[in-house]
Design a protein around this ligand. Structure first.
Ligand SMILES: [Zn+2]
Ligand SMILES: [Zn+2]
Length: 242
């Protein structure tokens, strides 16, 4: 189901099965030719999202770029489905994870060997399935003017080395990827390229933003009044991270 979060932001919820599937967000005016999709989902979970968007009146031709909050399998697993239907689409990823994608190194994607063998037993994944050319390497700190909205890229490593959040400073909307959720949880920090010390610093950055609307990539979203909940979540977790 496609749900309007607010002007210029649509949400298509992930469908978790035996593995989680990330939500996606569509940024931009639904009638424009300058749409941005944030994240994709796990393997084989791309086409239903594109079909739902199609039913909502959004065609793949309107999508200019995909921005990944990070490149774990449950976010990038079906990127190929998106790119097959829209070969013109640009891929924007933080440079720390772009390096892995461009060399076909899938250690960040799978997170660890156990997940990799679990996934490979479920899906037929060819060699170099997660090798991609990254159109734009994000740094953190830059502003993206996409589809009539301005988002600041915030590098928040810890859950993974190249995790980013996208922050609309005017409307205080934060797309948090897997770093912080709306139910008191934070992203795990035991996978390849994760780091609890970095996560701690990233959570402090998030705490000091003012966040009205919190849009994570899993579970529920909060459309307003999220600030205190975010601050409470960070305060709870900081002492537990070493
Ligand atoms: Zn993740
Ligand atoms: Zn995820």
């Amino acid at each position: 189901m496609v749900e309007k979060v607010t002007d210029g932001i649509l949400w298509v919820a992930g469908r978790d099965k035996f593995m989680p599937d990330s939500h996606i967000y569509v940024l931009g005016d639904a009638g424009s030719e300058d749409l941005t999709i944030v994240d994709c989902g796990i393997v084989e979970m791309g086409n239903y999202k594109l079909d739902e968007l199609d039913g909502y009146g959004i065609s793949i031709e309107q999508v200019k770029r995909i921005i990944m909050t990070h490149t774990h399998l449950d976010h990038i697993g079906c990127l190929r489905d998106f790119l097959e239907r829209g070969p013109h689409i640009e891929l924007w990823v933080h440079r720390e994870e772009a390096t892995y994608l461009e060399s076909g190194d899938d250690r960040v994607v799978f997170g660890n060997k156990m997940f990799e063998s679990m996934i490979r037993s479920q899906y037929d994944i060819p060699e170099r399935f997660f090798e991609f050319k990254v159109t734009r390497k994000l740094e953190g700190g830059e502003f993206l003017d996409v589809g009539g909205n301005r988002f600041k890229v915030i590098h928040i490593p810890g859950h993974s080395i190249g995790s980013i959040g996208l922050y609309d400073e005017t409307r205080k909307i934060f797309l948090s990827g897997d770093t912080i959720y709306a139910d008191g949880a934070i992203g795990r920090y035991d996978l390849f390229s994760a780091d609890s010390e970095m996560l701690k610093e990233s959570l402090e950055i998030i705490r000091d933003l003012e966040i009205n609307t919190l849009l994570p990539c899993h579970n529920r979203i909060v459309k307003g009044g999220a600030d205190q909940m975010v601050k409470n979540t960070v305060q709870y977790w900081l002492p537990l991270l070493k």
